[in-house]
Design a protein around this ligand. Structure first.
Ligand SMILES: NC(=O)c1ccc[n+]([C@@H]2O[C@H](COP(=O)([O-])OP(=O)(O)OC[C@H]3O[C@@H](n4cnc5c(N)ncnc54)[C@H](OP(=O)(O)O)[C@@H]3O)[C@@H](O)[C@H]2O)c1
Length: 275
């Protein structure tokens, strides 16, 4: 599995497994298969309520802990009402792990996210997390954060796919060395993706699937992807993206699909209490 280096010098695999909404045996079997196939990065969150299964797989695996990259997230409710170090320690206890590799603020909860960031910096300094970052931050959230931060986020995990290419935000983050990680990278295989003539044509040209074309496009753009699948066949498909190359024109043709269409919430227009 190829890796990208983050702004604090640690490496993160180009493809990770998104685990929402998997739980229970489905998640355990999917993760075991993923590890067998070469996955080492797993994306979870307190809100997904699947830490126990994830910890069980990691702790029972023959793969060393240092070889695995675990990302989890601070929930909105916890930003508002709790001591964040205690929240993280509870997550670590359920995971059965001494540290996580990435701790992200799940959403930029107004009035709280700057305070949360200061607390995440402390967790990083104490070594409870190997890196810290954010999710769902627009440029204006990041500008506010940069004003008060001593440490810049290693990652901004955002909704990103050919229907929502996020070019201005990618440019802004790259200026500050903040790596972009694409969630819902396949736009949950929305009909607009499945029926896209451009994606179908590229898939035919390279004898690849549409998801492989999209994940390759992200890779060539320097973007990490965390597709979710519980199909063993698709787990393998989603990491088989290194044996072809999209030309500049082909990359631009995918960029041009953009229609600023979201399959998830807009961080400026959502009910943070329900997320
Ligand atoms: N930070 C945040 O706020 C946030 C928000 C949303 C998601 N996330 C993270 O991002 C991860 C992925 O996002 P997502 O689940 O919303 O969307 P996604 O990865 O774009 O799409 C998942 C869907 O695509 C299907 N799929 C996956 N690979 C496929 C393939 N090769 N061919 C055909 N279908 C395929 C899956 O079905 P099968 O399982 O049946 O294959 C599933 O229905 C989540 O699991 C979560 O970890 C983070």
């Amino acid at each position: 599995m190829e890796k990208f280096t983050l702004n604090n010098g640690i490496d993160k695999p180009v493809i990770g497994l998104g685990t929402y909404p998997m739980k229970g045996n489905i998640l355990i079997e999917t993760m075991e298969k993923a590890i067998e196939l070469g996955y080492s990065s797993f994306d979870t969150a307190t809100a997904y309520k699947n830490h126990e299964e994830i910890g069980e797989v990691i702790n029972n695996s023959i793969v060393a802990r240092e070889e695995v990259f675990i990302t989890t997230k601070l929930s909105n409710i916890h930003q508002k009402h709790e001591n964040i170090e205690e929240v993280l320690k509870r997550s670590l206890s359920i995971l059965g792990l001494k540290y996580v590799d990435m701790y992200l603020i799940h959403w930029p909860v107004p009035d709280y996210f700057l305070k949360s960031w200061v607390e995440l910096e402390q967790l990083y300094k104490k070594g409870l997390v190997r890196s810290i970052g954010v999710c769902n931050f627009h440029e204006h959230h990041l500008r506010d954060l940069i004003e008060i931060a001593n440490i810049l986020p290693a990652i901004n995990q955002i909704e990103l796919h050919p229907l929502l290419t996020q070019k201005p935000l990618i440019k802004f983050c790259s200026k500050y060395g903040i790596k972009i990680e694409a969630y819902s990278p396949l736009a949950r295989m929305h009909n607009y993706i499945q029926n896209s003539d451009i994606l179908k044509e590229l898939a035919d040209r390279y004898q690849k699937s549409i998801p492989q074309i999209i994940l390759r496009w992200n890779y060539q753009n320097g973007v990490i992807s965390i597709p979710k699948t519980q199909s063993h066949h698709r787990l393998s498909e989603n990491i088989s993206i290194y044996d072809f190359h999209l030309s500049n024109e082909e990359m631009i043709s995918i960029d041009d699909i953009n229609m600023n269409f979201r399959v998830r919430h807009d961080p400026d227009n959502c009910d943070f209490d329900k997320l």
